[in-house]
Design a protein around this ligand. Structure first.
Ligand code: FNR
Length: 357
């Protein structure tokens, strides 16, 4: 087996670094500025300590859950990540295929490198697949955005994930040092034909004030789609409460994997307050630094409905295509099941805050 010797997500990262060039590594692995949050996201899950129960009945144990009206085999979804053909020629097609085969949900980025319809056609017929969602960046051209949403609906996507934590891109020092540029042939094809955004010579804030979203845009989107809308990038309980008032279907607690604003609190530490604010009204998902089955279990214990997995998926993709992605998801799922059994959890409903010291 080509994956012999790869027993953890960290092993996949090491293997990926043998095949990705310096620019691609800077793009995929890097974060904003000093990468404090990038590191802290993972460290925060590691810092949490488990308090397992023993001698609990485990018969009939499973990882199933229900999310937005569907039954999922397990709580691991693939996070939206742009430009996956930079990692492997099959790009998002390979990722989607692997996710479907493993029953993992897939969130396709607005900045994917393959047509969104192709991804949907590839996986929608798979009976055991997880949910297929589309991550939306609302474009300055609202007519274009609306047409994009129509395409997403027509293709069969089941929810929109509106990313709200990146009104401007972060200070991506590692990328700039590496001189990162998209190579020819790798493009955000689903945005093709869009009128170029008006340029705002001057400051970053000039740009932001022209393009940054507000709650009115959330209302606009909810009014212009029949799909449930989740907000990705909420970390403040006050924002979570406001999101509920605007009728969102779910929240993703995320700091963009530490790629936007550096030195924000890691998601593991923000999750409980958001869960508390939402009070079960809608699902709360979380991402950032999840690398172990124990991390997934800790997220569930803190009240997450499911988790999104980012960079490790890219690592599997980079060196192993669809099979590499499958292997990564398989490892994490196996680790989750081990962690559940060792903590005395027969199902995810038994992952409660008491599991954490
Ligand atoms: C991202 N992320 C992201 N998020 C989003 O909403 N739209 C996007 O297009 C992208 N693109 C993207 C590219 C790359 C290379 C990475 C690593 C991340 C953020 C992503 O969805 C997720 O929030 C984090 O990656 C989760 O953290 P981990 O698991 O990577 O630590």
């Amino acid at each position: 087996n080509v994956f012999d010797g790869l027993v953890s997500l960290a092993d996949h990262e090491a293997r990926a670094s043998q095949v990705l060039d310096a620019q691609a590594q800077a793009y995929f692995n890097g974060g904003a500025a000093d990468e404090i949050t990038l590191r802290d996201n993972a460290a925060a899950w590691q810092r949490l300590r488990l308090a397992p129960r023993v001698l609990q009945p485990l018969s009939g144990g499973h990882t199933r859950l229900s999310l937005l009206g569907r039954t999922l085999a397990h709580p691991i979804l693939v996070a939206p990540m742009a430009h996956q053909r930079l990692a492997h020629p099959h790009g998002e097609l390979a990722t989607a295929l692997a996710a479907a085969a493993l029953g993992a949900g897939m969130v396709l980025s607005t900045q994917a490198n393959v047509p969104l319809e192709q991804v949907a056609q590839l996986v929608l017929g798979d009976a055991d697949r997880g949910p297929l969602w589309f991550q939306l960046y609302i474009q300055p051209d609202r007519a274009f955005t609306q047409a994009l949403v129509r395409r997403v609906e027509a293709a069969g996507y089941e929810a929109l994930v509106l990313t709200v934590d990146a009104p401007v891109s972060g200070a991506r020092d590692r990328e700039r040092r590496a001189g990162f540029r998209l190579p020819p042939g790798v493009a955000a094809v689903n945005l093709a034909g869009m009128a170029p955004a008006a340029t705002h010579p001057g400051s970053v804030l000039d740009h932001a004030s022209a393009h940054a979203l507000t709650w009115a845009d959330v209302d606009w989107l909810c009014a212009h789609t029949r799909l449930p809308v989740l907000l990705k990038g909420i970390t403040h309980p006050a924002d979570a409460r406001e999101a509920l008032e605007h009728g969102v279907a779910g929240i993703v607690v995320s700091n963009h994997g530490g790629r936007t604003l550096d030195t924000v609190t890691p998601t593991a530490e923000r999750l409980p307050a958001v869960v508390d604010a939402v009070r079960g009204a809608v699902p709360v998902l979380v991402d950032g630094g999840i690398r172990r089955g124990t991390d997934v279990l800790k997220a569930m214990a803190l009240g997450a409905s499911a988790v999104l997995l980012g960079r490790p998926v890219i690592h599997g993709l980079a060196h192993g295509g669809a099979q590499g992605v499958s292997h990564v998801i398989r490892l994490l799922r196996d680790e989750l099941e081990m962690a559940m059994a060792l903590c005395g959890c027969r199902d995810l409903g038994q992952a409660t805050p008491e599991l954490l010291v």
